[in-house]
Design a protein around this ligand. Sequence first.
Ligand SMILES: N[C@@H](CCC(=O)N[C@@H](CS)C(=O)NCC(=O)O)C(=O)O
Length: 260
Amino acid sequence: MNEKIRIFAYLPSPRVWKSLITAKLGNVEVKVLGDKPKNLVDWLWDFDAKKLSNQDKDNLKNFERQGKRGFEGSLYKTDSFLRTQPFGTVPAGFNDDGSIGIFESNSIMRAVARNSTNTKLYGDNDPYLQSRIDSFLDANLIFAREFQVYVLELNLLNDQFYNRMKEAYLFYLDGIENALSKDDYISGPHLTIADVSFVCDVAQFLRERDRQHLIKERGYEIISKNFEKEFPKSCKHLLMVYNTDEFQKVMKGFLDGILS
Ligand SMILES: N[C@@H](CCC(=O)N[C@@H](CS)C(=O)NCC(=O)O)C(=O)O
């Protein structure tokens, strides 16, 4: 199979899992390049991403840029990386020859789904069904963005960050719980990329439970404390989908022991 999508990112990353799970469900070839988060300072951020030596870094001073979000210090982003990835973020997706950049993990996942013959994953080529899936993905991104800020600010947690996160969590899960009262899957009668995105982002959010001591030290309770009771349909759905082969092969027990 030929590479259809390439992704450069820190690994492991639930943002990349969205595309990898979709690739498994849709039989699409995705190539992933990357390293642990702390090691990405030693990589050339490019379609042809590669690990840099100190000598390489000296020769590539013109590509040295300051990290903007989640990274401190210098990153080596090529001009062509910033042309194709205007926000300069990872995961960075590309078409097969690197001429087109695709950013935002939900959009990279959509690109994988659009390359699949399994059209059910993304609304069966029906513009309305596809747009309904997009609606869930947009709602999911707002939740995920609040969550990104929450995680980055956990050491400095205050009422404002905490309450924004709590509201975003309750709003998103309330909508998912309602959707699951009507349909077997989030966006209709079968699994779509709306479910993939939900599982990856909510699973990552639930891992706030690992950090409950820190959250308590800051004077707060974990936001997902009553997830199982408050959102029973979402919880059941999460576990059901998470336990299927394609998800397990990528997520490798990530949620084991986290839910009661
Ligand atoms: N919502 C985006 C988030 C991407 C993002 O913010 N990535 C950060 C790391 S978590 C980044 O690449 N920062 C680059 C920088 O600091 O310059 C997605 O899901 O892809």
